[in-house]
Design a protein around this ligand. Sequence first.
Ligand SMILES: Cc1cc2nc3c(=O)[nH]c(=O)nc-3n(C[C@H](O)[C@H](O)[C@H](O)COP(=O)(O)OP(=O)(O)OC[C@H]3O[C@@H](n4cnc5c(N)ncnc54)[C@H](O)[C@@H]3O)c2cc1C
Length: 415
Amino acid sequence: MKAVIVGAGLAGCAAAWALEQHGYDCTLIEASDKAGGRMKCTTIGGHNVDVGFHVLHTAYPSLQRWLDLEALDLKPMDAATDLISPSTGNIQTIGDPLRAPSTLIPTVFSAGIWNALRMLRWRLRTRKSDLEAAMDRPSLPLDTYFDAMRFSKAFQTSFLQPLFAGITLDQNRMERSAFASFTFSAMSHGSMTMPKQGIEAVPNQILQNLKSTEIKYNATVSSVSSNAVLLESGKSIKADIVVLATPQNVTQNLLGATDTPRRKETATYVFACKDPPLKRARLLLNTEYGEGNHKILHVHVPTLLHGSDSHLVVATVIGEDSRLHEHKSEQKKIRTELINWFGNDAKDWYFIGTTYVDYALPSGGTTATGRERQPLIQDGIYCIGDHTMHPSVQGTLRSVERLLEHLEIPIPMKG
Ligand SMILES: Cc1cc2nc3c(=O)[nH]c(=O)nc-3n(C[C@H](O)[C@H](O)[C@H](O)COP(=O)(O)OP(=O)(O)OC[C@H]3O[C@@H](n4cnc5c(N)ncnc54)[C@H](O)[C@@H]3O)c2cc1C
């Protein structure tokens, strides 16, 4: 049986691995010059940098099934988030006291007792055994859910809204509450980690398992049917099954949809420095994000995790602002904001460059119910990838597992 898989992101690589192990003759077609898709690193100023702020949640159950986590040399971020109010310079902490008891007092102090208790109630509703459980029930739009949970408006604007703007890469947080509950469950029952070699080490590990799959790089598919794909070069490749593992916008286009999904874009501005402005591997979230001219949503220092003599300070921007990342004037504004956050030390940080992703996450309905957002088979073509389930690594790997369940193929044997 011949299988053509379009897109060598995490979903495409995982599907190719399972199919080839089951005896399929696989061709994996990738538009860019490397595999990994959105789980990507780039080299800027001699540093290996993740494209966008990206963590691997160890609580995702699919990771254990597909990956050798030990080989990734994962280091966890702290189970707490620091919050900065740039106008006052005030920094507070919201943590998970069940995992990091020392954050109890700072959390109650920062959130207030009622919000802290509501967070605890939300936390106690999460189930380690089934992180996606909330998706089986009807959902609310995210902000409506925060109201329904009776979080105070101040707590929503200073913490929940920026946090979930970052998670959904959407200033307006147009997501369903079940997705928030899923990510909150993942944060509650595992760690947010980063691999030593950067986030692309995750798809690379799966890619390295491929033995017989033919991989065509720099080959863009321009049309698909249930038994053939056509490349932009004019070449056609026939197959018994066609698996579309492209991102939402490309999949919709290839399947002939007339509407284009909303862009969820993000940029990072990366600076090198000797003395990091943060002492812990935490996210520093802007409580005033959404007010005035604030552009930076959060800052982190990834080099604190794996030990390094010099450090990188990474400032994340989302939405339309991120499109301006290459403009000198925009880079200047980011530097000015960082000086406001961290003082004159930030004047001396060496700016090494930016990263940018246009369609970083798929968009979907704000009230959808169910773990699956798109049918597996559309026009006779198998569709996988995060947009078919939910926008996460867990959703991506589950989409591959759904394909395998349909074809009655086991998840490949590791090692
Ligand atoms: C900045 C950022 C941060 C994120 N953070 C997190 C996080 O913290 N936690 C989490 O769980 N998830 C996170 N995600 C989401 C996660 O990365 C994705 O869900 C996952 O990588 C999707 O994998 P995929 O294989 O479905 O799609 P992709 O990775 O997009 O792979 C699709 C592949 O198809 C190729 N392609 C596109 N068009 C064509 C064509 N016409 N012909 C051939 N090939 C084509 C692309 O080049 C790409 O390689 C983040 C994503 C981004 C961008």
